[in-house]
Design a protein around this ligand. Structure first.
Ligand SMILES: *Cc1c(COP(=O)(O)O)cnc(C)c1O
Length: 342
């Protein structure tokens, strides 16, 4: 917890170096298969990566990418900083075609909140032929379920805030790459812009990561069960979960992931009003934004104006550690129109 260090050691000043970051970076780097750098938030890591692009570059962005990433690029495009091309990540040929003349391709898989799946290896190969750097936001899958660097991506970013730290009690981000030049460039961005995490948060995140396998196993098993039961529920029009055999992303997800994860999205019959009524009626689930904590969160994403394109009745679940039957009873009652216990 020091901002400065006695001369003669490995470390000089707290905006450049910190031993607690190093401990966390070692773990994240090993998990993703590269060198990790931690940042003060996911957006600080994302900003650092995007800022490596020369002025006037073009970036291809998944239209289902995290809203902050899309806003960042839209803002930069509006100021003449970058050119931006939005793509549907499920259309591999379309993404590869869009990467022609672009410097960076920004993927997310599964996407948030639609849980669409990108074929990372195929897109990375095509984008590399066009000379573009490929970045994957791996927040939803975590390195336990998907390792984009091994699939050909150049840089992985994380909102460590979510599954990795796992307890909804801190903000942190990370960028991971196996390219030593990129590591030094990103390290330079971090020191110059100052988006550095606190040492206490780094320690807490490291402690969170230690239980990631146990938390993910349980949350994923519960998510699979909820997805199966929601699929076929009379109040549900469509379930989006790559673990379901009927899901459009199932085949690619099965090939490139070690599990479908613990995020489930579903479209409620009756649109926005019906979906909001479900959020108001739950009592075991918590209506709220964010994801990856021990509590199951439910949110109608189209409540935000920036989620244009998201169906009005789509609800996103971040499945937590509660008992599956407690969750189902609550969800089923809320969907069937019963009042919650408050
Ligand atoms: C939350 C999130 C981010 C942003 O991370 P912060 O830690 O909130 O800055 C980026 N990508 C995805 C997929 C996220 O869910």
């Amino acid at each position: 917890m020091s901002s400065t260090f006695r001369h003669g050691g490995d470390q000089l000043y707290g905006r450049d170096d910190n031993d607690t970051w190093l401990a966390l970076e070692e773990v994240l780097g090993e998990l993703e298969g590269g060198t990790a750098l931690v940042f003060s938030s996911g957006m600080a890591a994302i900003s650092a990566v995007l800022e490596t692009l020369p002025i006037g570059s073009t970036v291809v962005v998944a239209e289902g990418a995290y809203n902050g990433t899309r806003k960042w690029c839209t803002d930069a495009a509006g100021r003449g900083r970058l050119g931006m091309r939005l793509v549907d990540v499920t259309d591999t040929a379309g993404v590869v075609a869009a990467s022609d003349g672009a410097q960076m391709v920004w993927l997310e898989s599964p996407t948030n909140p639609s849980l669409a799946i990108a074929d990372i290896a195929a897109i990375a190969a095509g984008a590399h032929r066009a000379g573009a750097t490929v970045v994957v936001d791996n927040t939803l899958a975590t390195p336990l379920l998907q390792r984009p660097l091994a699939l050909g991506a150049d840089i992985v970013v994380h909102s460590v805030t979510k599954w990795l730290a796992g307890h909804s009690d801190l903000l942190m981000g990370a960028a991971v790459t196996a390219d030593p030049d990129q590591v030094e460039t990103l390290r330079g961005r971090r020191s110059l812009y100052g988006g550095v995490p606190g040492s206490v948060e780094a320690w807490m995140a490291l402690r969170g990561v230690r239980t990631l396998p146990a938390r993910m196993d349980r949350a994923q098993a519960t998510a699979g069960e909820l997805a199966r039961r929601l699929d076929g529920h009379p109040a549900v029009e469509r379930v989006r979960y790559p673990g379901l055999p009927g899901d459009p992303g199932h085949a690619v997800a099965t090939r490139q992931m070690d599990g479908p994860g613990a995020m489930v999205a579903f479209d409620v019959r009756g649109g926005a009003a019906a979906a909001e009524a479900v959020c108001a009626a739950v009592s075991v689930l918590t209506p709220g934004t964010s994801l990856g904590g021990v509590e199951t969160l439910i949110e109608r994403r189209a409540r935000y104006a920036f989620e244009e394109g998201t169906p009005p009745g789509l609800l996103r679940l971040s499945v937590g550690q509660e008992d599956v039957e407690d969750l189902w009873e609550d969800l089923d009652r809320a969907l069937t129109g019963g009042a919650g216990q408050g």
